[in-house]
Design a protein around this ligand. Structure first.
Ligand SMILES: NC(=O)c1ccc[n+]([C@@H]2O[C@H](COP(=O)([O-])OP(=O)(O)OC[C@H]3O[C@@H](n4cnc5c(N)ncnc54)[C@H](OP(=O)(O)O)[C@@H]3O)[C@@H](O)[C@H]2O)c1
Length: 322
């Protein structure tokens, strides 16, 4: 089968399209013919290993799992003898940031992992980006313990995480203020944000609203800057470590006292989360924003674009033309 393989960490060019053996499903696994995947910041993080810590998951010296692509959507082609919940021909999607594999024509996964049947209203291309940004957003939102009616601010509301966070917070009944660039104001309003602040013309720190939860989904702000905007028990979460990894320091110290705090939840995802996202998609309450499409042989360009930090939502890889 064709797959994009990386055998060393580095720039996008380390990812090369080549022929590799088709995987064989174990007794508890399904074999999926991949139709769509994405290139996202998780794939980029593993490939570049810019943060050395990522190597504890992906391999200290060289990559343990040479085919990236943690998001995928496709059709089940074969099932292991013990598989009970899927059958051949099922259209599925999901997330796998351990062994990955979406950047190849076939991948195997345990039936118990983060995989579910496709939302009836989405194509493979629309379903592939359902999970990466959304599961980070979901972990952070759950950690904040925000309730219906409370105010949340999403800084960087147009990334994969930010655009999912706005929609998930609205589903929970929060009042959402979203911060984005002028060109994306209409898009962010269409995601359900109650108030949109254009960071090119307005300073979001001057807003009079007090927020229970501030999510910096692009890691461009700081706790110090956002603290005055938080309620007395408000929570600040950033998707980046911050200057000198200060967000880790604050996450270890601020929860020891009452009052405003920083959290740094470790993201997880399971089958129940994937089913939750599928059901939200079917109800029309969550739809991933798609920036652009690339083919498997254009993956280096896709990585270069994702690493500009300017994508709007998600970059989809068409493994097969639908
Ligand atoms: N290391 C990892 O494994 C990993 C995994 C996932 C995510 N992350 C981190 O999580 C963050 C979000 O990732 P993502 O994929 O959701 O999105 P992303 O690709 O990082 O974000 C793109 C968006 O960020 C916005 N943006 C850029 N500069 C901005 C600024 N100064 N102020 C406000 N918005 C700005 C842009 O929107 P506008 O056009 O509106 O400016 C663009 O739409 C990133 O920092 C990423 O590194 C890391």
């Amino acid at each position: 089968m064709k797959a994009v393989v990386y055998t060393k960490y580095g720039l996008p060019e380390v990812a090369k399209l080549m022929e590799v053996s088709k995987p064989i499903p174990k007794d508890n696994e399904v074999l999926m013919k991949v139709c769509a995947s994405t290139v996202n910041r998780t794939d980029s993080g593993f490939r570049s290993a810019n943060y050395f810590i990522s190597r504890f998951w992906s391999g200290l010296i060289r990559p343990k799992y040479p085919i990236l692509g943690c998001e995928f959507a496709g059709t089940i082609e074969e099932i292991g003898k013990d598989v009970k919940t899927f059958k051949r021909g099922d259209r599925v999607f999901g997330y796998n940031d351990k062994t990955c594999g979406g950047h190849g024509e076939y991948l195997t996964m345990s039936e118990d992992d983060a995989i579910a049947t496709l939302p009836g209203n989405l194509t493979f291309y629309e379903a592939a980006p359902l999970t990466e940004g959304a599961h980070y957003a979901l972990n952070n939102i759950r950690a904040s313990k925000i309730k219906s009616g409370q105010h949340a601010l999403v800084y960087g509301a147009t990334g994969a995480i930010g655009s999912a966070a706005v929609q998930l917070l609205k589903h929970l009944g929060a009042k959402v203020t979203a911060v984005c660039n002028t060109k994306n104001v209409a898009l962010v309003k269409s995601l359900g944000a109650d108030t949109v602040i254009d960071y090119q013309t307005q300073d979001f720190t001057k807003t009079n609203t007090k927020f229970h939860f501030i999510l910096d989904a692009v890691g461009k702000s700081s706790f110090r800057e956002c603290k005055p905007l938080l309620t007395e028990s408000g929570v600040y979460i950033s998707t980046e470590l911050g200057k000198n990894a200060e967000n880790i320091f604050y996450a270890l110290t601020t929860p020891m006292w009452k009052g405003k705090k920083v959290l740094f939840p470790i993201p997880t995802i399971n089958k129940a989360d994937v089913i939750f996202l599928k059901e939200l998609a079917e109800k029309g309450e969550y739809k991933p924003v798609i920036d652009s499409y690339y083919k498997l042989d254009q993956i280096v360009e896709a990585y270069r674009y994702v690493e500009t930090g300017q994508k709007t939502g998600n970059v989809v890889i068409k493994v097969v033309e639908e």
